[in-house]
Ligand binder design. Structure first.
Ligand code: ADP
Ligand code: ZN
Length: 723
């Protein structure tokens, strides 16, 4: 056995280091090990020495021994190659990528049991009102002390007192209980002929155990989910694992229910909201291959699947698949790479595919599968524009008479309406009528957004909050502050004023921040407990409410402002998605789009239903500008708490830009968000032809430079955010 192992530690500041392997230690590439470094021990993974050069060559006799090898399956070769590829492509330290694979520290060792508590049924000698309340609320439930305290709404001390008094007892619970396997034949749907043809092709690809990317392109409600479930069923039959990536955690709950209805049991969910014990249980089941189907946010992509047979990226056009901090990767693109390394099919499902994805189809790299119409009797909704210049709302209001009338008719029919505005809070800007003072975040180049539900002003970039001011801090005038423009809360107020008997609900990341909240919302919608939903982009995708027949887009022009290269495409996708929430059942759907620019190509495409010519025009303008997917960009973002340092470093980087054929460097310039979380930001934009290895150029360019410790230089390859 090789007495030496090269180990990538979970420390992004370090390259790989060599350790001595003692006889009896079973170490091979991928083994998860514990290694000493200074006074500490670090977790790491053994790598092939020739794939991971180390600049710290140490003689055999000076090597420190490995401290231990975890009793876990080694990370597979496909995952190791994926980690290398991701680090290389996105210019990230390999250890930072590895950390996403080993994202549950408690999964590696830690106890196999946790101590939970439950009532014994014995009544304590001293029964205070608090104790009585606690026992009543806890009932049959079981959990950690802190979880029971939360259920009972008492302090931890009350629960501990009850344990001492014998009314609550400890139980050891195994955290590695097996998961129930989904049954591929539990409730198979009758597919339409179109659906069956597409499902058949996917099933064939799953059986082939070979890499094949697909674009599953079908209008909202055409049965894309139903169809890829057939591929999932086949993967289960083949004894292989499936990963389904969803863009938002809020979407997982309805998805889990639907999955359980089809397969008899819920899949394994992976997202940031998991408790530690759930995280451990899921991670280990994924690593051993016991987990058959995993549904997760983008962070599920790097988990150590033992035997991956299928990857699905649902709502694949969603920009939330792009991670904007740490390793700035795009989960859709990395999912396709993982499919390549694992030799399995990858299905990108979308009603509004990204131009990047359509281009891959055009090049013959992805196979396109189409579902032309809605399933069953459901028809696509009719889409109407509301010209805000000709049909304006009354002063100080935001809903035009045409839309108000449509809401009224919807409510009369006892159907549900959805108003879409992609702006959280009550008003995006507060200003003083007397002196014109505007409330700005002290840490960011951004206005403070008024949130009436929470009674505060908040910065949407850094989270800074302040109580609503009683007077203007500038001119001290009282009662002089006015809210400018609408957010969803303001639209909800307007809807309530117009329809006092209607039950409204505001759906944003402020109100729907956990799977439980999302489930509660879905329950209320299904029970008819909500008449009008007012929501941000969170409401635009995935939901299926048959009684929802009206969608009003409050401000279709909002997404077009800002001038980023994907603004028109994104606007089109967002409005098409939200329109897709209308009329998904037997009742016909209606969509009203409020706009000041009814002749804009985005609006024309939506109203006429001619997506193809919109996409064709967008694609042509990208080609003409050599913008993605035809050329590529990389952003270099320099930030520091000291303005001078940021500017100096940005200038240094700009000055030393290499002359490379087919590459252009723009900037440096202050970023549009010139200050973020108290750091000053400068940007450079690298524009290059597709074939150029721009990462290599940037690596050498920045690698030769030095800058002050307080300066951060981040490279965003294929950026989606231009602020
Ligand atoms: P998409 O993912 O394309 O938006 P879904 O798969 O969510 O479409 O289908 C829309 C609705 O139609 C869902 O309620 C789904 O259960 C139903 N549906 C689609 N195809 C079938 C089918 N073959 N049999 C029964 N119900 C179906
Ligand atoms: Zn801020």
């Amino acid at each position: 056995m090789n007495p030496r192992a090269r180990v990538l530690l979970l420390n992004p500041a370090l390259g790989p280091l060599d350790y001595r392997v003692d006889p009896g230690q079973d170490v091979r590439p991928g083994s998860i090990v514990l290694a000493p470094l200074g006074p500490r021990q670090w977790t790491g993974v053994v790598w092939e020495a020739d794939r991971m050069p180390s600049d710290a060559e140490v003689g055999d006799n000076r090597l420190r021994p490995l401290a231990g090898v975890y009793d876990l399956p080694p990370l597979g070769e496909p995952l190791r190659r994926l980690i290398e590829w991701t680090a290389n492509y996105y210019l990230a330290p390999p250890a930072a990528v590895l950390r996403m694979a080993l994202s549950s520290a408690s999964a590696l060792d830690g106890a196999r049991t946790v101590t939970e508590y439950r009532a014994t049924g014995r009544v304590p000698d001293r029964l205070t009102p608090q104790r009585e309340q606690a026992l009543e609320r806890i009932g049959e439930r079981q959990g950690l002390v802190r979880e029971l305290a939360a259920i009972a709404d008492v302090s931890d001390a009350v629960i501990r007192g009850l344990v001492k008094a014998g009314a609550i007892e400890a139980v050891e619970v195994s955290v590695d209980d097996p998961f129930l396997d989904p049954d591929p034949d539990h409730a198979r749907p009758d597919l339409s002929a179109d659906q069956a043809a597409v499902a058949g092709r996917l099933v064939e690809a799953v059986r082939a155990h070979a890499f094949q990317p697909f674009l599953l392109d079908g209008v909202t409600g055409s049965g894309k989910t139903e169809v890829y479930f057939e591929a999932v069923a086949e993967a289960i039959r083949q004894g292989r694992q499936t990963l389904v990536l969803l863009p938002e955690i809020a979407l997982t709950e309805p998805f889990l229910k639907r999955f359980a209805a089809r397969f008899g049991h819920a899949p394994i969910a992976w997202h940031s909201d998991l408790r530690q014990s759930q995280r451990r249980r899921a991670w280990r089941a994924i690593a051993t291959g016991e987990a058959k189907v995993v549904v997760g946010a983008r962070s599920a992509l790097f988990l150590p699947y033992a035997k991956l047979g299928l990857i699905v990226v649902d709502e694949a056009h969603e920009t939330s698949f792009k991670q904007e901090d740490g390793v700035m990767y795009h989960a859709r693109d990395v999912a396709v790479m993982r499919g390549g390394f694992e030799s399995c099919p990858v299905v990108l499902a979308s009603a509004t595919p990204a131009i990047e994805t359509r281009q891959q189809v055009a090049l013959g790299r992805y196979e396109e599968l189409k579902l032309p119409g809605r399933y069953g009797v459901a028809q696509m909704p009719d889409i109407n524009e509301v010209d805000l210049l000709r049909d304006p709302p009354p002063r100080g209001r935001w809903l035009a008479p045409t839309l108000v009338k449509a809401i009224e008719e919807t409510l009369e029919r006892k159907e549900q309406a959805l108003l879409f505005l992609n702006r959280r809070g009550y008003a995006p800007l507060t200003l003083c009528r007397t002196c014109g003072h505007r409330f700005q975040c002290p840490n960011c180049t951004a206005w403070m957004v008024e949130h009436r539900l929470m009674a505060r002003l908040a910065c949407h970039h850094c989270g800074h909050v302040m109580p609503p001011p009683a007077f203007c801090p500038e001119c001290k005038a009282e009662d002089s502050l006015v809210a400018c423009g609408p957010g969803v809360e303001r639209i909800a107020d307007e809807a309530s004023a117009l329809f006092p008997d209607a039950k409204t609900a505001v759906v944003t990341s402020d109100t729907l921040w956990s799977p439980a909240k999302a489930a509660e919302f879905v329950g209320r919608m299904e029970a008819g407990d909500i008449d009008i939903v007012i929501g941000t982009q969170l409401i635009t995708k995935g939901y299926h409410f048959p009684n929802l027949t009206l969608v009003g887009v409050v401000d279709a022009d909002l997404g077009l402002a800002g001038g980023d290269l994907r603004a028109a495409e994104r606007s089109f996708q967002q409005i098409a998605q939200v329109a897709g929430r209308a009329g998904r059942g037997a009742k016909p759907g209606h969509v009203y789009i409020q706009t000041r620019e009814p002749s804009a190509p985005v609006i024309r495409a939506l109203v006429s239903g001619d997506a193809e010519s919109f996409y064709a025009a967008e694609t042509e303008s990208r080609r003409a500008a050599n913008a993605p997917p035809f050329g590529r960009y990389a952003a270099i973002i320099i930030s520091s708490e000291k303005l001078e340092e940021a500017v100096e470093t940005a200038r240094l980087i700009g000055r030393t830009a290499p002359q490379v054929d087919g590459m252009h460097v723009f900037g440096p310039a202050p970023a549009p968000l010139a200050m973020l979380r108290g750091r000053h930001r400068q940007r450079l934009l690298v524009h290059a032809r597709r074939a150029l290895d721009v990462q290599d150029v940037i690596r050498q360019w920045l690698g030769a430079l030095e800058w002050p410790r307080g300066v951060r230089v981040a490279v965003d390859v294929d950026p989606y955010s231009f602020v």
